[in-house]
Design a protein around this ligand. Structure first.
Ligand code: FES
Ligand code: FES
Length: 179
């Protein structure tokens, strides 16, 4: 009789575990760089983990994990966002743009980044490029102060700030040449 109770208890526990874990998961599509990715993830999973570990787009980096460094920057509906600090459940039906995406401003910035040898170790640079893209999307000809303000939340341990500023100014100049 005891054995029967134990087995019953075990079966009920497994059933409850499956029900609860299903309730705590979200099954949805993430729209990233214009493409739809079906995912199933815990509701409390930060977007960064879903982008990197589930979708497999690893250009967006994990730095601090607590919203302090900007390495994980992405655009959500065009707004600069730290993907470590927003949950998957909060970006459903929103458009996510990562470093793997393409846009006119990002392409010009990639070029001036490369021309100016901006990256050193490179770890922070995808976040820097996304922040710079967000800046140029918002302000056509940013001043030094605009750049400082826009990029201040993106840290670079290698100290590439001066090259980043030059590359942003160069991108603006290049854009105006081609207009
Ligand atoms: Fe997101 Fe540092 S990893 S801000
Ligand atoms: Fe090394 Fe920025 S290039 S942290």
């Amino acid at each position: 009789m005891r054995k029967l109770y134990r087995e019953l208890f075990l079966e009920i526990s497994i059933y409850l575990y499956l029900v609860v874990s299903k309730l705590l998961k979200v099954k949805t599509n993430l729209s990233i760089n214009g493409k739809s990715y079906p995912i199933q993830a815990p509701k409390k999973m930060p977007l960064l983990w879903a982008i990197r570990d589930i979708v497999g787009l690893t250009g967006t980096k994990f730095g601090c994990g607590v919203g302090q460094c900007g390495a994980c920057s992405v655009l959500i509906n065009g707004n600069l966002t730290k993907s470590c600090s927003i949950l998957v459940a909060d970006v459903i039906e929103k458009e996510i743009f990562t470093i793997e995406g393409t846009s006119e401003n990002l392409e010009i910035l990639r070029q001036t980044w490369s021309d100016g040898n901006v990256p050193q170790c490179g770890y922070c640079q995808s976040g820097q490029l996304i922040a710079a893209t967000s800046l140029l999307d918002a302000i056509e000809k940013p001043t030094d102060k605009d750049i400082d303000d826009a990029m201040s939340a993106n840290l670079c341990r290698c100290g590439t700030y001066t090259r980043i500023k030059k590359a942003i100014h160069k991108a603006v100049a290049l854009k105006n040449e081609t207009v």
